[in-house]
Design a binder for this molecule. Sequence first.
Ligand code: FAD
Ligand code: NAI
Length: 466
Amino acid sequence: MAEYDYDVLVIGAGPGGYVAAIRAAQLGLKVACAEGRETLGGTCLNVGCIPSKALLHGSEKFDEAVNGTFAHYGIKTGPVELDLGAMQAQKLDSVKSLTGGIEFLFKKNKVTWLKGYASFKDAHSVDVAGQTVTARNVVIATGSSVTPLPGVPVDNDAGVIVDSTGALALDRVPANMVVIGGGVIGLELGSVWRRLGAKVTVVEFLDQLLPGMDGDVRKEAAKIFKKQGMELKLSTKVTGAVVKDGKATLTLEPAAGGAAETLEADCVLVAIGRRPNVDGLGLDKIGLALNKRGQIETDHDFATTVPGVWAIGDVIPGPMLAHKAEDEGIAVAENIAGLTGIVNHDVIPGVVYTFPEFAGVGLTEEAAKEKGDIKVGKFPMLANSRAKTNHEPDGFVKIISDAKTDRVLGVWAIASVAGTMIAQAAQAMEFGATSEDIAYTCHAHPTHSEAIKEAAMAVTGKPIHM
Ligand code: FAD
Ligand code: NAI
């Protein structure tokens, strides 16, 4: 009889866990994956990336139909109506087909889905829904959940104060919505409901939106969202909320302290960050300590301090992004199988899927300057022929390179398709490209991506179209 039931037991079937399970099975290992949720795919497929993008896409189409954009192209529309039920139904269709797709891939790759929440008994045995399962290796991929805001209790069923999960499932368009947190979720879901008709106010603790992004990008983001009709209350904190008769009254204060004011809303979205899921895992039973931020620390191979126990995705340090979790899933499976699995954490793109999209990879200008001398090239989308033709004037591409070697250190883009454009920048950086390499790469015309080439030319001061 085998020493363990499985070679690998993965806890959590999000983008980190399901990818780790599939890759480990592809490498010939006997694999099980424990997932407590009814469907596979984790936060990303069920209540994150996919449903949010389904509503962003649908609401963008609606916005185009009602706000006069079509008129640019000589398209006349009659009265446009929103069928929110149908928009929510197409969202659920996308979610269902993708989560079902993972179930199919598990069967195809012979990954056993253990239904239930897992808790360690010791480093090689785990309890899943009352059954003990043993494994030579256990990968923790339990992801993250919404960070609560004291004094502002979320109740997704009531639909007045909601988190991202509640904001993805509203059955009515609120007349006015207050978003607490001007980060990725606040701006994406705030955009959805603004496009569908809500008056949206974003309350952000810091003096700019989108922490972590390049300073120029953050400044431009504030201008763009204001132009779209969002009200921004920067350097402001919410200190409490009272819900009465289906409305919330929030108490706001300047972040630095000062006189309080109140703000009424039909709906409040709390989006102040996410925290790792570690409760109930029984980490004390295996002697695995957390860092100060409640995360599980690993080495470069994604091994924890407990032999045989590994961790990946949102539960470990680094950006909380699906593609980062997926790449770590592949790497950890390869390391367990005795291969060399590596993730280059310096080159992980990030994208905010609003209109326009905000994307970046590598260092911000501020961080690059702290490391040494740099050169910067910038090119406005207004001068890009395709963006101009499509009536998409907002945004720019910015390339930061090392002053001595010209090696690209960071690329930032605001454009309708910035999320797609940033992939070439990530690839160039992964290959150690200089800005000159990008400038001398032939880009198809007319494409938004030509702005990346021109920004690279601007690093040495010679763009053609500006
Ligand atoms: P998760 O996806 O959180 O999966 C963890 C799984 O583990 C969950 O299904 C959970 O039920 C399960 N689990 C937890 N504890 C246990 C246990 N003890 N036993 C069994 N199962 C357990 N990222 C992007 O890159 N692009 C986007 O566009 C994007 N959009 C987002 C939009 C929203 C609204 C949100 C909330 C997040 C978004 N993200 C996006 C972030 C992305 O969803 C996460 O980074 C990603 O899902 C992390 O993957 P993971 O595998 O680490 O964890
Ligand atoms: P976030 O970290 O992006 O933004 C949270 C914002 O809230 C910050 O700007 C912060 O300064 C602010 N804040 C914190 N406390 C506050 C307070 N008390 N009052 C007012 N503002 C406060 O977190 P968010 O938007 O909740 O997203 C969580 C994670 O999900 C992100 O780390 C992101 O990586 C991931 N995500 C990724 C998406 C994508 O890749 N497109 C989309 C949605 C989420």
